[in-house]
Design a protein around this ligand. Structure first.
Ligand code: NDP
Length: 325
């Protein structure tokens, strides 16, 4: 048995129940992990609320964690007991003191990366990796628009975009968050609760617009984001913090300048083992070299995950958040 956070049905933060769950011995291709830290991500909110339904209930949610290998199942030769490993993305089940993982979704951690840092950065960091290097390969001199620049994905993206030589325009929900984003390399901040971000982006780009928008807000910002793009620019809608984007007529993309639209997911970009390894290696390189610092700005005991969800949804968190079993 282990302590875990389960949901018995989708719902609000109160649906997160801290209880004992059974952990089986690892089967073929599986690894048993004793977890030291888990990451909190906005996708956990979508899974808890039912926006992203799970195949069965009750279910332990959570998509990111790190720990030490306790035992390996038949056919696993990439890992041995005692290895320090981390993971992000499928399958859910991270909110637990121990869990089973398929070996092929795990990566070994460099010694230079601490436990909390690892749990904070795998999902958000590999997301930034694919968004700025593979969805759109950001070039030196590009000016890009990044929403929620002071969030978990946001602070990592500000720093990594800087390292690539881009100019970053970031939206934020408060003046404190503006200062934080700037301290992490965001060149221009826009408080989109007070200012029309589209008009400001046009102003900052002398009317030209940006080649790419990274939009994780969804419903509230979708149309405004399209209006920030230059002709044939790329709209990357990769999250729904304000709710899912409403259905729309693709003719809008033509009217606004032959725009491109993509809705990417980490799972699709890192589905193959070699993609996962390359993505993690790129992330480890920028972190261990100090180009990207991981801001673990909140930690909660695993038993208080419901409060962590409340704070995340109330826009009270900045940077990354870690849950401690
Ligand atoms: P964040 O730390 O960025 O938290 C979400 C932020 O969104 C808030 O802090 C807030 O910042 C902003 N926000 C704007 N409007 C709302 C609203 N109505 N309700 C709540 N928050 C709002 O979370 P993560 O770093 O974990 O994730 C960022 C986004 O990236 C999420 O949408 C997530 O789903 C997405 N994502 C997508 C992935 C993919 O592969 N497709 C993978 C990983 C993350 P502010 O107050 O500054 O506006």
């Amino acid at each position: 048995m282990t302590k875990a956070i389960r949901i018995h049905a989708p719902g609000g933060p109160e649906a997160l129940v801290y209880e004992d769950v059974e952990v089986p011995a690892p089967g073929p291709g599986e690894v048993l992990l004793k977890q030291n830290a888990c990451g909190l991500n906005y996708i956990d909110v979508y899974q808890r609320s039912g926006l992203y339904p799970l195949p069965a209930y009750p279910a332990v949610i959570g998509m990111e964690g790190m720990g030490v290998v306790e035992a390996v199942g038949e056919g696993v030769d990439a890992f041995v007991a005692g290895d320090r490993v981390a993971y992000a993305d499928v399958p859910p089940g991270a909110y637990a003191a121990a869990r089973i993982m398929p070996w092929h979704r795990l990566v070994k951690l460099p010694d230079a990366i601490g436990d909390q840092q690892a749990a904070a950065m795998m999902l958000q960091g590999m997301t930034v990796e694919y968004l700025i290097r593979r969805t759109y390969a950001v070039q030196p001199g590009d000016t890009v628009l990044l929403h929620a620049a002071a969030g978990g994905v946001g602070l990592i993206a500000c720093q990594w975009l800087n390292h690539l030589g881009a100019t970053v325009i970031g939206t934020v929900g408060s003046e404190e968050k503006a200062a934080l984003a700037k301290a992490h390399g965001c060149h221009h901040t826009i408080n989109y609760r007070e200012e029309n971000f589209t008009a400001r982006v046009r102003e900052l780009t002398d009317g030209a617009g940006v080649p790419v928008v990274y939009d994780s807000i969804g419903k509230d910002t979708f149309e405004g984001s399209l209006d920030c793009l230059r002709p044939r620019g790329l709209m990357v809608t990769f999250g729904n913090a304000s709710g899912p984007v409403e259905p729309f007529n693709p003719g809008i993309l033509g009217q606004k300048g032959s725009l491109y639209l993509t809705r990417p997911s980490l799972m699709a970009y890192n589905a193959k083992r070699e993609e996962l390894e390359a993505s993690a290696a790129a992330l480890f390189e920028v972190v261990t070299s100090g180009k990207v610092k991981i801001a673990v700005n909140q930690t909660y005991p695993l038993s208080e995950t419901a409060q962590a969800h409340r704070d995340l949804e109330a826009r009270k968190t900045t940077g990354s958040t870690v849950l401690l079993p």
